[in-house]
Design a protein around this ligand. Structure first.
Ligand code: ZN
Length: 602
């Protein structure tokens, strides 16, 4: 671990550093629950939170940060076989990608389970296989040491202990003594198929981990309300965003752009994350494809590539279960007998590079319009960068929809920045291989030597018109500030520890919560390797913001209520509209309804 220790930890921190010992605290009748972030504190990535009780040690999530190189949670000071159970909120790699490292370092007790919902276990197994491939590629031939192997992945997947939403006694699932009075509870967060918040309770005290909060997907059931808890560890990814652009607007907008591209015969590439976003986009297409004229329908070829295929298969396995899917979707599936609602009426799944080449040849030769949905979402791996390079070599015009967050140092971010800077032509150097033996002859695609490294490795330089790019906003699977506030109000905690968010988001969200969550004593930006105690003594060294110290953020409670109401109404509107196959109300119309009801004049 070459991480520089964060400024609040001693500089000479070594491998034996034990955060509880350092803070001079241990579970006791006064402080029966202690929570220590080991990653995912002031960052989005490698979420991992240790929970200590008087009789057990647990983890909630164990993720990784994917960037220029993998980063895992800080696992210093953990004794071999000391973790009695892991509770997994959902299957995104920033929450589950570090699980095999626990196995590799022998930190899990014999029979320690990874407790999660059935869909999360299925998706996480798929994600871990994939992250092993990426991890191997990264460490292959470099000085970085491989942190886990295929055996670790297999062994940790064997530990999945699946439970539905609900709860049970921890001693019923984990190898802890039967004097352990702890209880766990999982409830739907509507962020991703199977996603959950996790509550751990002991000796009358509770801690609630929000996991990632959603509430914006029309195909998932509503979020379940969490129980009141003394400590809330709350995600803050979009803590600075008051509310997202309307989801129905984003869905309609994306479809209109796809339709326009089909009309003008521009091939479409939608780079996307394989799980979650891919299925949201597939559903948008599947539900609207029949509205095209017969002529346009003949022309379009929907292409689903890579891990997005396996991901969608898992979605279809659970599609008749109202625990995991919205009732409106389940009813439609049951009534129509069409058990694969995420798939359009016809689509292509390429298996080989030859298949991929044929799709592009058909487009150039016959004027078919491929609409390609392919990981990765930030054009850093998978087949999306390869399609993009082939597009630039083969087509004069094309559409590339960036549908999600583009992290720093990714091809997606490079292109997005140039587009936002109003450049006419955008370019990037990517790691991609052609579908055939070489790129088609074109000045827009060139082999180049890797920049700055001076080594002989060849990269591909691509450039194309900025007009190709569209940024699709509003499809986010994360709750914005108003959703986070409403979750926090339901939990009604004494203390809120902000996790899983960038600095600027936490700095905006903290004061907002301190001011608007009734009864909250302290809101802290959690610190890696720094314990927060739950119990009668909560005076632990964390960055505390008290309500008195905070200036108004300018948002009134009324505005929050309107936004919350707006989100509820939009969702209802969409469900009704999709059930009736009608376009439904526009954003402006919904806002008008609310304003009429509340008699507010702008
Ligand atoms: Zn997530």
């Amino acid at each position: 671990m070459s991480d520089v220790p964060p400024p609040w930890l001693p500089e000479d921190i070594d491998e034996t550093f034990d955060p509880l010992e350092h803070a001079d605290i241990e579970p006791s009748p006064e402080t029966p629950l202690i929570v220590t972030p080991r990653g995912g504190d002031r960052e989005v990535g490698r979420s991992c939170y240790q929970v200590d009780t008087q009789h057990g040690r647990y983890l909630v999530d164990c993720g990784l940060s994917q960037g220029t190189s993998d980063k895992f949670p800080d696992l210093r000071g953990l004794q071999p076989q000391s973790i009695d159970a892991v509770f997994l909120t959902h299957a995104h790699v920033d929450h589950c990608g570090g699980l095999p490292v626990l196995e590799n370092r022998n930190l899990l007790a014999d029979n320690a389970p990874v407790v999660t919902t059935p869909p999360t276990a299925s998706i996480a197994s798929l994600m871990l296989e994939d992250s092993l491939k990426i991890h191997r590629r990264e460490t292959d031939g470099s000085s970085a040491v491989q942190q886990f192997t295929s055996r670790d992945v297999a062994e940790v997947c064997d530990r999945f202990h699946t439970v539905g939403y609900g709860g049970g006694r921890i001693e019923g699932v984990a190898p802890v003594s039967d004097v352990e009075p702890a209880i766990f509870q999982l409830g739907n967060t509507a962020h991703l198929l199977g996603s959950a918040w996790v509550v751990i309770q002991t000796s009358g005290y509770r801690v609630c981990f929000s996991g990632d909060l959603g509430g914006r997907a029309t195909h998932l059931p509503d979020m379940s309300p969490p129980p009141e808890s003394g400590l809330l560890m709350l995600e803050s990814t979009y803590g600075d965003t008051h509310s997202h652009p309307s989801l129905s607007g984003a869905r309609t907008g994306l479809w209109e752009d796809i339709e326009r591209a089909i009309q003008t015969r521009e091939p479409v590439l939608i780079p996307t994350f394989a799980i979650g976003r891919a299925q949201t986009i597939l559903l948008i297409i599947a539900e609207r494809l029949h509205t095209l004229s017969a002529d346009l329908r003949d022309r379009v070829e929907i292409v689903l590539d890579g891990m997005a295929v396996e991901g969608t298969d898992i979605y279809h396995e659970y599609v008749e279960d109202t625990n995991y899917f919205a009732e409106s979707l389940v009813n439609r599936v049951v009534e129509s007998g069409e058990t694969e609602p995420f798939f359009a009426e016809s689509f292509t799944i390429p298996e080989t590079d030859q298949d991929r080449q044929k799709i592009l040849t058909r487009a150039a030769r016959d004027g078919t319009v491929p609409v390609i949905i392919s990981p990765s979402g930030m054009l850093t791996g998978g087949n999306s960068p390869r399609y993009l390079a082939e597009f630039t070599a083969r087509f004069g015009n094309a559409s590339v929809f960036l549908t999600g967050y583009q992290a720093a140092n990714t091809t997606g971010r490079t292109l997005q920045s140039q587009y936002q800077a109003d450049q006419e032509t955008v370019s990037a150097t990517i790691d991609a291989t052609p579908f055939s033996t070489d790129w088609p002859e074109s000045s827009d695609v060139q082999w180049v030597h890797a920049e700055n490294t001076g080594d002989s490795e060849l990269k591909t330089r691509i450039s194309f018109s900025a007009d190709w790019i569209s940024l699709v906003e509003g499809l986010s699977g994360h709750a914005a500030q108003s959703g986070l506030l409403s979750f926090a109000r339901t939990v009604a905690p004494d203390t809120i520890g902000l996790i899983h968010g960038p600095d600027y988001a936490q700095e905006r969200l903290g004061p907002h919560l301190a001011e608007n969550v009734a009864g909250v004593d302290q809101v802290t930006r959690s610190r890696r390797m720094t314990p927060i105690a739950v119990g009668s003594e909560t005076d632990v060294d964390t960055a505390v913001i008290s309500p008195e110290e905070i200036d108004s953020t300018g948002y009134t409670e009324l505005e929050d209520q309107i936004d919350h109401l707006y989100e509820l109404l939009s969702k209802l509107n969409e469900e009704v509209a999709s059930a009736r196959n009608e376009p439904g109300l526009s954003e402006a119309e919904i806002r008008e309804v609310i304003q009429d009801e509340m008699e507010i004049k702008e």
